[in-house]
Write a protein that binds this ligand. Structure first.
Ligand SMILES: Cc1cc2nc3c(=O)[nH]c(=O)nc-3n(C[C@H](O)[C@H](O)[C@H](O)COP(=O)(O)OP(=O)(O)OC[C@H]3O[C@@H](n4cnc5c(N)ncnc54)[C@H](O)[C@@H]3O)c2cc1C
Length: 330
């Protein structure tokens, strides 16, 4: 039996990777061609930061997210393991203390902070270092994974996938937010981002700037390119970024390093993250369809673990941890 996966975002590709690695024939169908701005996965920052996410996320995000960096590296993605620098402006030290109570890491004195990211030195920033974290370029990662899967024999088709309508087989629905048509508790959480070129600024690792109103992260993508992210707004709107959001993102970047004031603004983007009410992803079976969804702001972080759980269920009968309904037998 060929496994039919609908949706070639990060979730669908990870499912295809795990199932094909176990010898299953897999077809992935997507309404668009290739990786691109049509899907949420295109706009991600690519942070693989389970500990930092644990500031607000549930325990499974931290635990399951720890496997992500190794998984992506094993798929041939270029994973940079340089940790995360969490930073605060002098006036926001209380934010730093609050963060440090929730996230394990090394509190840095001024000298250690400046030594870790010399580009940010001498401006009174303070912070902590969370060592066991990584980042990748999401666009390169999904483009590379897709090519790898095609070379392994996974078939990619362009078309409109329909859930629950395949004769004698099953469908694995990885349509992201589009699956709201059958998953009424799935909601959108809008994220806006920007891409800058600032060749004079050198950062080695993602930097999270704590701020009571406009928290920001900056992810270095090499060659002087930086991704700035991201707003988190309760909305399924996928339209262009608003002026207010962009002003806030860019102002926070400028506060982190005034050199960003001279940066070229290469791109502004927005999409809505698919999320369930508790912001944890789910594997959910309905008839002949299995929905794998709700990655929220943890697409690259959690899709590998979710895909592995799904494959363990379909191939070995192991009950998935993140399955919130009667999983039954296949
Ligand atoms: C600004 C921003 C920053 C983010 N940063 C990070 C980060 O740093 N780290 C992290 O881990 N996550 C991050 N995320 C979250 C991550 O991007 C999402 O969780 C993830 O992309 C969701 O993936 P998905 O495969 O479920 O959905 P999508 O990527 O949206 O893929 C769904 C696919 O289904 C296809 N589709 C829909 N309907 C049909 C149909 N009927 N037939 C065929 N195909 C269909 C679509 O074309 C699409 O390709 C970020 C998100 C945003 C918006």
């Amino acid at each position: 039996m060929t496994e039919l996966v609908i949706g070639a975002g990060v979730m669908g590709l990870c499912v295809a990777a795990e199932l094909s690695a176990r010898g299953r024939a897999v077809t992935v169908i997507d309404r668009e061609e290739g990786a691109g701005p049509h899907h949420c996965s295109w706009w991600a920052g690519g942070m693989l930061a389970p500990d930092c996410e644990g500031e607000t996320a549930e325990e499974p995000v931290v635990r399951l997210g720890r496997a992500a960096a190794d998984w992506w590296a094993a798929q041939g993605a270029q994973v940079t393991r340089a940790g995360t620098l969490v930073a605060a402006l002098p006036r926001d030290r209380a934010e730093l203390a609050r963060f440090a109570r929730r996230v394990p890491g090394e509190t840095l004195d001024a000298e250690a902070f400046d030594a870790l990211e010399p580009a940010l030195a001498g401006r009174g920033l303070r912070g902590m270092f969370v060592a066991d974290e990584a980042h990748l370029d999401p666009r390169a990662a999904i483009t590379g994974l897709r090519a790898r899967l095609a070379a392994r024999g996974v078939t990619f088709e362009r078309g409109e996938g329909r859930v629950g309508q395949i004769a004698g087989g099953r469908v694995i629905d990885c349509r992201g937010l589009a699956a709201r048509d059958v998953l009424p508790d799935l909601r959108g959480v809008r994220g806006e981002m920007a891409v800058l070129r600032a060749p004079d600024i050198v950062l080695t690792r993602p930097v999270r700037l704590l701020h009571p109103r406009f928290p920001l992260y900056v992810v270095p993508r090499g060659d002087g390119i930086f991704m700035l992210g991201a707003t988190q707004i309760e909305s399924a709107g996928r339209g262009p970024a608003t002026l207010r959001s962009v002003v806030e993102l860019l102002s926070a970047a400028y506060a982190l390093h005034p050199g960003f004031g001279e940066a070229e603004l290469l791109e502004i983007g927005a999409d809505a993250r698919p999320a369930f009410p508790d912001n944890l992803p789910r594997i959910r079976r309905r008839g002949a369809t299995i929905h794998v969804n709700g990655l929220f702001r943890h697409g690259f972080l959690l899709a590998p673990a979710l895909a592995r759980q799904l494959a363990g269920w379909l191939c070995d009968g192991n009950k998935p941890e993140l399955c919130d309904e009667d999983h039954g037998e296949w």
